[in-house]
Write a protein of this length. Structure first.
Length: 245
């Protein structure tokens, strides 16, 4: 069920960082193989061995440090990726797996997919930004319902609530994700990155801060070749050809 191991987490974080830095990458699709999207953190796998034996007793601050450097880094890597990220959710997304999907810019789910805030079932507090993401997507009351009860939310219900953009048959998930990725990859990549930053920041900003950020983003974007191409194409009444620069 693709429970996230320490090694997998670091690999995904590294890939997202590479995608941000590589101008040849114009869009990212995050998906999985098998029956599940991600069943959460792999609680059975210990962290990588450290060179300090024997295992020291847990100290105050150890858990919060582990969360900051682990689950939170993974979710932040998705939120901060400078390319649009699509989640193609092929099956159950539970715990950090649900937050991994919901942190993406767009979410496409197969008909059999489910989203589960499984933390309460284990007597745990949600991590990986769950209590940050859900109220912004659903509002506080509905977010509390999902977090307090841990009930599975089927794909169609998730779409109705606004957690998912589109639900497709399972055999059409890859094609649907590829179609959106190709559209995004043909777009003005830097403008999309700045738009992503503006939208993500707007939920934590007052009006003056949001409008100042918007003006700055416009200033930065007008230095790009794609912005000039877009304006020129409009004037010349032709389809723009964006290069992502």
């Amino acid at each position: 069920m693709n429970a996230v191991t320490w090694e997998q987490r670091e690999h995904v974080i590294a890939l997202l960082a590479e995608a941000s830095a590589d101008p040849a990458v114009r869009a990212v699709v995050l998906t999985a193989t098998g029956n599940g999207f991600c069943a959460g953190a792999d609680l059975r796998s210990p962290p990588p061995a450290t060179p300090t034996p024997p295992q020291a007793p847990r100290m105050a601050g150890d858990v919060s440090r582990m969360i900051r450097l682990g689950a939170q880094r993974l979710i932040t890597a998705v939120l901060d990726c400078e390319k649009p990220v699509i989640a193609a959710v092929n099956g159950t997304a539970a715990g950090i797996g649900a937050h991994l999907a919901l942190a993406c810019d767009l979410v496409i789910a197969a008909e059999g997919a489910r989203f589960i805030e499984v933390f309460v079932r284990r007597g745990l507090v949600p991590d990986g930004g769950g209590a940050y993401l859900l109220p912004r997507l659903l509002g506080p009351q509905k977010a509390k319902e999902l977090l307090f009860f841990g009930d599975a939310v089927p794909a169609e219900e998730a779409a109705r609530l606004g957690l998912v953009n589109k639900v497709v048959p399972a055999d059409g998930l890859e094609a649907a994700a590829r179609a959106w990725a190709e559209r995004l990859a043909q777009g003005p990549t830097r403008a999309l990155a700045l738009t992503k930053q503006l939208v993500n920041a707007s939920l934590d900003s007052d009006r003056a801060t949001a409008l100042a950020a918007e003006a700055t983003a416009q200033e930065l974007n007008m230095t790009t070749a794609d912005a000039n191409e877009g304006v020129a194409a409009f004037k010349e009444r032709r389809t723009p050809e964006y290069r992502g620069r």
